[in-house]
Design a protein around this ligand. Structure first.
Ligand SMILES: [Zn+2]
Length: 209
């Protein structure tokens, strides 16, 4: 059985999700805090992670990437540039960090990432950033939403490389999907009926943006 281990942040840092399947995967690496890395190490050695998947190139989701030395970094083709340059859509300045990051594989709409038992479908869901993605697990009706949408019907900001019209279109798309579980980039997990939270987010954006 594949296992999904959420590491939920209690601060502005992003959530980190560890998936243990035939491949070992980290979805977003947050600020790379020692606490997060220790949490991962309770389950697996850091060097044994095969893939790091970034939902988008903001500092609070990618700063921990270099800690996973043996892993291939996967990111959407439209966010790769911001990652490599290290600008991270100006969030590097916000977090007062400098440095460039590397990636190994570019993702695009429709890609399937096979981890063994689990397969993740890549949805290109721009708006929060141009290359933001969600990862959908069909059998579990679960979505890793990055910063597109959060529990309780809130949604990602658009002032660090984003676009509100794209955000609206992406929320519409995801709100029409069959989703039970929401593993968002911040805040708590929604364990069931998460489609409701997502529809709420879309309704708010549709009305006000
Ligand atoms: Zn973000």
């Amino acid at each position: 059985m594949a296992e999904i281990i959420p590491i939920i942040s209690k601060s502005y840092d992003s959530n980190v999700y560890l998936i243990l399947d035939e491949k070992r995967v980290i979805i977003d690496t947050g600020l790379g805090s020692t606490a997060m890395l220790k949490e991962v190490e309770k389950h697996i050695a850091i060097e044994e992670i095969d893939y790091v998947i970034n939902t988008h190139a903001h500092a609070d989701h990618v700063l921990g990437n270099p800690a996973f030395k043996g892993a291939d970094v996967l990111i959407h083709e439209k966010d790769a540039q911001a990652l490599v340059e290290g600008s991270l859509y100006s969030t590097s300045r916000m977090f007062n960090i400098s440095g460039k990051f590397k990636y190994n594989k570019l993702l695009k709409e429709g890609d399937k990432i096979s981890l063994g038992k689990i397969e993740l479908n890549v949805l290109h869901t721009p708006g929060h950033t141009p290359g933001s993605i969600c990862l959908y697990h069909k059998d579990m009706k679960a979505i890793f939403s990055g910063d597109l949408v959060f529990a309780g019907g809130s949604f990602g900001r658009v002032d660090f490389g984003g676009n509100s019209e794209e955000l609206k279109a992406s929320l519409k798309r995801v709100s029409e999907m069959d989703i039970d579980i929401l593993y968002a980039g911040h805040d708590r997990i929604v364990e069931k009926n998460a489609g409701r939270d997502i529809k709420q987010a879309y309704e708010i954006v549709e009305e006000f943006i």
